[in-house]
Design a protein around this ligand. Structure first.
Ligand code: FAD
Ligand code: DHB
Length: 391
């Protein structure tokens, strides 16, 4: 096979990139190890930043999002006895949208199907070759067991945190930064109307708790749990009791309504960045280059922002033979990566309890400042609701 851009991974980064390239007349082929059904049903992120929504709108993919998603003007931040609303619209003029990653993925899959995109699902043995030449290639074994090869001008690794692309940057050139957190999230989906209008992020001595949602009838909630937690040790009743305690059931008359749990899983948390995000004709985007802990809802948005910078750079390189944007991609993308890495770390360490009482006092002091000072609240709002693409 021959194409201009070989894209590894059909998650949000890979599919959005193929869509943006196609809009500017650049061809691509996408390869993916999982099945289309598996990728479509993975429950992950839920909050879209202002600039993510603007980008999806600008390419005609904002229709269902605006019809079925839910615009939120801010979040609630709380600790025992206190709940405060941080109003992003008042502070920055920007809102966020609650619209699940599964829905974004579906919109992208539909758009790419309508555009006749070639996507090879259920492939194996993905390997990248000749990345330091202008004729790189990707080889793999297709779902019928046939060896395949894609010759391309550029290879883009959108293959998430476990894909092979990032290891294709020679070790001597790679630099990595990592922080592993001493806690995980137990996440549930429940068939019950949300008990809140906007997301609640709660600090509690028992551990962080969070109330998010997916629709008027589906709630998404999270609990801080120790690393290595076996999900089977958390019965549905135990989960709802812990959520009620941490989210402040009964506080000022607020009540958490429990309901049937339809999905339950434990998610470890880490921060990770690898540079460079470009090596020769290989470009990395999304989780393939960086991972953030979920507090602050940045992972999906950061993947979209990378692609928002990369797509015009590849169009300039391949269509107009202008390499200036491709040469600055890694540097431009990394500025936002580190901003979001810091913000996610800051939200995470402000809200998750440790067994150190000194940490707890600093966290509560920080929460009081963020919720009472315009400067503190604006910093959170600007980072959460989003910086412009290309920041
Ligand atoms: P991915 O969505 O991971 O897509 C990469 C794709 O590459 C996958 O489909 C994978 O199967 C494929 N692939 C891997 N290896 C190969 C290979 N060898 N060959 C071909 N294809 C390959 N973010 C938030 O903001 N909020 C959240 O609540 C949140 N929750 C999350 C929960 C979980 C369990 C996980 C894993 C992530 C969560 N994230 C969350 C992060 C967010 O989902 C990711 O940042 C986002 O999916 C990144 O998109 P991506 O396209 O870069 O990577
Ligand atoms: C969701 C996840 C997050 O990490 C977050 O900060 C907000 C919402 C969610 O899954 O809905």
């Amino acid at each position: 096979m021959r194409t201009q851009v070989a894209i590894i991974g059909a998650g949000p980064a890979g599919l959005l990139l193929s869509h943006l390239l196609a809009q500017d007349g650049v061809e691509s082929i996408v390869v993916e190890t999982r099945s289309a059904e598996y990728v479509a049903s993975r429950i992950r992120a839920g909050v879209l930043e202002h600039s993510t929504v603007e980008l999806l709108d600008s390419i005609g993919l904002g229709g269902r999002l605006r019809a079925e998603g839910d615009e939120h003007g801010g979040i609630h931040l709380q600790w025992p006895g206190e709940r405060h609303h941080v109003d992003f619209v008042d502070l920055t003029g920007r809102s966020v949208w609650v619209y699940g990653q599964t829905e974004v993925q579906k919109d992208l899959v539909d758009a790419r199907a309508a555009g006749g995109q070639q996507i090879h699902y259920e492939i194996s043995e993905t390997a990248l070759h000749d990345l330091e030449t202008d004729r790189p290639s990707v080889t793999f074994v297709d779902r019928d067991g046939n060896a395949q090869r894609i010759d391309a001008d550029v290879v883009v690794g959108c293959d998430g945190s476990f894909g092979p692309s990032r290891a294709s940057v020679p070790e001597r050139l790679r630099e990595t930064w990592e922080r592993v957190y001493p806690y995980s999230w137990l996440g549930i989906l429940a068939d019950v109307a949300p008990s809140t209008d906007e997301l609640i992020y709660a600090w509690h001595p028992d551990g962080f708790g969070m109330h998010s949602m997916r629709s008027a009838t589906v709630s998404r909630l999270y609990l801080q749990v120790p690393n290595g937690t076996d999900v089977d040790t958390w019965s549905d009743d135990r989960i709802w009791d812990a959520l009620a305690m941490r989210l402040g059931h009964g506080q000022d008359g607020w009540e958490l309504t429990p309901g049937p749990i339809t999905e339950k899983s434990v998610l470890p948390m880490r921060s990770f960045v690898q540079t460079p995000m470009r090596h020769g004709r290989l470009f990395l985007a999304g989780d393939a280059a960086h991972i953030v802990p979920p507090t602050g809802a940045k992972g999906l948005n950061l993947a979209v922002a990378d692609v928002g910078v990369l797509a015009p750079a590849l169009v300039a390189l391949l269509r107009d033979k202008d390499d200036r944007l491709a040469d600055s991609y890694a540097e431009v993308a990394l500025r936002r990566v580190w901003r979001c890495t810091h913000f996610s770390w800051w939200m995470t360490t402000m809200l998750h309890t440790t067994d150190d009482p000194f940490d707890a006092q600093l966290q509560l002091s920080q929460l009081r400042w963020v919720t009472s000072s315009a400067a503190g609240a604006t910093g959170l709002a600007e980072n959460y609701a989003g910086l412009p693409i290309g920041f």
